[in-house]
Design a protein around this ligand. Structure first.
Ligand SMILES: *Cc1c(COP(=O)(O)O)cnc(C)c1O
Length: 489
């Protein structure tokens, strides 16, 4: 079906409603408010139902298939989380209700803060930020405010490994810091010698992702954090990859001072397609006074007669609010339900299976795709989507061809340090059967690349549209339909 057919369905005079006969006296409608030729689509109810059902079927989601989009942790979202978030007590409260009437919600937020503290080893957590990127902004702002508070406000340089997510340098520069790139060594770790050479009195800190975006554990993480601390800087942890660590290692124990969590990745809430996110920030004790407000705390201890009263507190030197009201409350409920359902053993098992699944895929694919850093991976790994013998094939062709095999493509062209990168993250929620089907598709595509490259160049053959101008689609997004009918009336 062409793009035009999907959206231009209007037929003049067709309607989906029938108004009842008028049983009140007619009055004159103010003429100046009346618009002639209002270009609304004219459709029957069935037309509308079919249109939206058709669009829904075009949607690819974790509920419809395997979604190995590296760095995004597209794990299955248990339906129990959805049930929890839809409880009227959670879904229908108003954020300005008196706290005495919303104690259940506050207890949930408090317990989630406590759980995230336990998982990460941090002293305090704020649930305010609405996404990972906003959490980064908050974390770097806290580092800056802390340094200013101890008379080190001149420190304006932040070191960021070349494998980092693009949001890292963006968060640094939005905070007025200069992002300086640290090279990786041949094992995919931060190059310690280069790092040491970049240290001076202007270093505010380092932003580190561990495991990094190559899916590799920073083998010298404790050495790295020691170097930064010795230089008077602080270490920001990008917590997007906590799915490999939760229940196994605590970032605070590795020398991280402040980190964001991506609840919508690690803690299983639906995302992709721009769905809601949540990026709580955890900090060590000396940074706690700077956290965004408010934070949920017990403001009146309980006694034999009364339960404790939960309310909001504002840290003394808080950087302020970064989000209206109390953060993405619906996402907080889902993440809490997930953590509570799994418990500490379950979280650890989830991380172990995420790592096992990634290593299984890597082991099965390494003979067919070039692996730039061939070592044990964590929850994801990166291969090259190119071969010397097939010079016309690129990572994008492989990604598009995977759509014909009914799989969501991996992340491509990131991290930037890998040539024609394909970044694959299976997550723990996939069965061995699904992984085997994906392996078969990837091997088959590798063979096609060498024998029938035209199949890859023509892909996707099964999607409603072929290759799109992705940049234009992102930069010039048209979110509303401009009807082209009725214009001559
Ligand atoms: C997803 C991601 C981010 C940004 O998180 P958002 O919630 O998408 O803003 C930052 N760093 C890494 C490594 C990520 O994977």
């Amino acid at each position: 079906m062409s793009e035009k057919n999907i959206f231009e369905l209007s037929v003049q005079g067709r309607t989906g409603v029938r108004y009842p006969d008028i049983d009140v006296p007619l009055t004159e409608y103010p003429q100046h408010l009346k618009r002639e030729n209002l270009a609304l689509p004219e459709l029957s109810e069935l037309d509308v139902v079919r249109h939206f059902s058709h669009l829904a079927k075009l949607n690819y989601s974790i509920d419809s298939g395997f979604y190995p989009l590296g760095s995004c942790t597209m794990k299955y979202n248990p339906k129990m989380n959805e049930q929890a978030a839809r409880q009227p007590g959670f879904a229908s409260t108003h954020p300005l209700q008196p706290i005495e009437t919303t104690q259940g919600n506050l207890v949930l937020m408090y317990l989630l803060q406590e759980a995230l503290k336990e998982i990460s080893g941090f002293h305090s957590v704020s649930l305010q930020p609405a996404a990972g990127a906003q959490g980064e902004f908050v974390g770097v702002r806290i580092i800056r405010r802390y340094l200013q508070s101890i008379g080190e406000g001149h420190r304006d340089k932040i070191l960021i490994p070349d494998s980092a997510h693009g949001t890292n340098p963006a968060s640094a520069s939005m905070n007025g810091l200069k992002a300086v790139q640290v090279p990786s060594d041949e094992r995919g770790n931060i190059d310690l010698v280069a790092l040491q050479n970049m240290i001076d009195n202007n270093v505010a800190g380092l932003m580190v992702t561990n495991p990094n975006t190559l899916g590799l554990f920073e083998e010298n993480i404790c050495e790295v954090t020691k170097i930064i601390h010795a230089a008077g800087g602080l270490v920001y942890g990008d917590g997007a990859n906590m799915n490999a660590l939760m229940g196994i290692a605590k970032p605070a124990d590795l020398g991280i001072d402040v980190m964001h969590f991506n609840l919508h990745k690690t803690f299983s809430t639906p995302h992709g397609g721009g769905g809601p996110g949540s990026g709580p920030v955890g900090v060590i004790e000396k940074l706690a006074p700077f956290l965004p407000s408010p934070i949920v705390a017990i403001i009146e201890p309980g006694n034999d007669e009364y339960a404790p009263l939960y309310g909001f507190i504002e840290p003394e030197q808080s950087i302020g609010r970064v989000k209206a009201f109390h953060g993405q409350f619906g996402v907080l409920v889902r993440a809490f339900a997930y953590i509570d359902l799994l418990g500490s053993d379950g979280l650890r098992l989830a991380a172990e299976h995420a790592v096992l699944n990634a290593n299984y895929l890597l082991a099965k694919l390494k003979d067919y795709y070039h692996v730039p850093y061939p070592r044990l991976c964590k929850h994801e790994f990166v291969v090259e989507g190119a071969w010397e013998e097939a010079p016309d094939i690129h990572a994008l062709d492989i990604s598009k061809r995977l759509m014909d095999y009914n799989f969501h493509p991996p992340t491509n062209y990131f991290p930037l340090i890998v040539h024609e990168a394909l970044m694959i993250e299976p997550t723990e929620t996939e069965s061995k059967d699904t992984l085997d089907e994906f392996i078969e598709a990837m091997i088959s595509i590798a063979n096609e690349a060498h024998t029938r490259p035209e199949l890859l160049h023509a892909a996707p053959a099964t999607a409603p549209l072929r290759r799109l101008d992705e940049l234009k689609a992102a930069k010039e997004l048209t979110v509303c339909c401009t009807p082209i009918f009725n214009q001559d009336d």
